[in-house]
Design a protein around this ligand. Structure first.
Ligand code: ZN
Ligand code: ZN
Length: 450
């Protein structure tokens, strides 16, 4: 079998850099200490006691002065980069700038573009474009079914040979169990994960928010949580039946977490992700009819939110994914029921989760970092690690810095962020992705040995 597909990034200068006196934390690598980190030709070549590395000619220096924290950079297995066809919302450059600003060293883009990413020539062209414009490495999940129509499978083997990391009809479910079963049979042959947006359209029926007390009070058509959880249970069983590999996208409710836990208890090859907004917000946020709070699946109840946090903590949910879904201002500035679903998330995910879950002691920083990097492994990619010999994928943060989300604008072309205006603690000052400096905050000095 040929080598598994990898991510692609634009040309970038490989770092010759020393991070001096940073608190380096990477549970996976067994690192938690104040260190100097030397990066040469984009690789981590030395981890040494803080203050012990002398700068060589041609090396640059970022001095953490004991105040900055170095983490393995994050990985997001679920973003919408909107290219081709909807570049007024986002494109490869703006989307990957947003990723770098959020501390991410890799993202996986969804295929609900215009045209839909469902053919090998189109996959080749977006990968070529990423090789010119992407600030951080990007992978793609082409469609499971042609045109996301749910009727005919895409050419999965051909797409896989062209670099597909897996497949998804995200934005839509694969409604027909028979169609999904056929896709799972191909998945076993050609590899790549099937990432599933779970929703039974005969239950969601065009609803705009969670079905419950808030939807009743607002008189807005609701989506019951069983629209998601019954499909998670169905597709987990199909994956078990075929011994195929599936990944459940953006879990939103307690019943779905239970369905994933049951599938894992059976030994079925399933994994799951959860978004920062589902971990931190509930349907109560919709009361003001702010369209930035309209997403798919919808925000559910406090009980559901608690189950998602617990699932993240105990490993039922494998990773965090932002489901970064940019929309233009005029598309979102319409009555709630007419607005498109989705919120941006790349630039706020770490700080939002650090502020709301780590600082109050709900989860540890080590666990958050683990769940924000684990998505890479789920798609067969190397997990960002702070260890000698590894390609440098490092997020440098000031964990004490307090800021207001969106106060200085966004790197994303869109500003439909559900966390806009929130005070957050923990700021990404620099991101090194695949050995190159992909983001540096204006406030961070870069000294030069020359
Ligand atoms: Zn989705
Ligand atoms: Zn999505």
């Amino acid at each position: 079998m040929s080598a598994p597909p990898q991510l692609v990034a634009g040309p970038a200068e490989q770092c010759e850099l020393v991070l001096r006196d940073v608190r380096a934390i990477d549970q996976r690598a067994g690192v938690d200490a104040r260190l100097d980190i030397r990066i040469a030709s984009g690789r981590i070549v030395e981890l040494a006691d803080a203050g012990s590395i002398e700068l060589d000619d041609g090396e640059e220096l970022i001095d953490g002065a004991g105040r900055l924290t170095a983490l393995p950079a994050f990985f997001d297995p679920h973003v919408h980069l909107r290219t081709p066809g909807q570049e007024h919302k986002e494109d490869l450059d703006s989307g990957t700038r947003a990723a770098a600003a959020g501390g991410f060293c890799g993202v996986i883009a969804m295929p609900n573009t215009d045209p839909v990413l469902d053919s090998a020539p189109l996959l080749r062209s977006v990968r070529d474009a990423a090789a010119r414009h992407a600030r951080v490495p990007v992978g793609f999940l082409p469609a499971i079914t042609r045109g996301l129509a749910g009727e005919q499978l895409s050419e999965m083997a051909e797409l896989r040979a062209e670099g597909a990391l897996g497949f998804s009809d995200d934005g839509r479910p694969v409604t027909s169990a028979g169609m999904l079963l056929k896709a799972l049979q191909y998945q076993r042959l050609c590899g790549g994960v099937l990432a599933l947006h779970e929703e039974d359209p005969t239950l969601s029926r065009g609803g705009s928010m969670n079905e419950g007390v808030v939807s009743a009070a607002l008189g807005i058509a609701g989506i019951p949580t069983v629209a998601e959880s019954t499909m998670v249970a169905r597709d987990a069983a199909l994956a078990g039946y075929e011994d195929a590999r599936v990944h459940f996208q953006h879990l939103s409710c307690r019943a779905s977490v239970a369905a994933v836990a049951a599938a894992k208890a059976h030994g079925w090859r399933v994994s799951a992700e959860v978004s920062p907004h589902h971990l931190l917000l509930t349907e109560e946020a919709v009361r003001g009819l702010d369209t930035r709070m309209k997403m798919h699946p919808p925000l559910c109840t406090e009980d559901d939110r608690g189950a998602l946090v617990q699932g993240l903590r105990d490993g039922t949910i494998d990773c965090v994914a932002t489901d970064h879904a940019p929309h233009a201002r005029d598309e979102k500035e319409v009555p709630f029921e007419q607005a498109p679903m989705g919120t941006t998330g790349l630039e706020t995910s770490f700080a939002a989760l650090y502020t709301e879950l780590v600082l109050p002691g709900v989860i540890t920083l080590e666990l958050l970092v683990e769940r924000m990097t684990a998505g890479a492994a789920l798609f067969g990619l190397a997990v960002p690690t702070l260890a000698v010999g590894e390609l440098a994928n490092v997020a440098l943060l000031d964990l004490d810095s307090v800021w207001v989300a969106g106060e200085h604008g966004w790197e994303s072309r869109s500003e439909n962020c559900c966390f806009a205006g929130r005070r957050m603690q923990g700021r990404v000052l620099a991101t090194i992705a695949a050995g190159a400096l992909a983001h540096r905050d204006r406030s961070l000095a870069l000294a030069d040995a020359r």
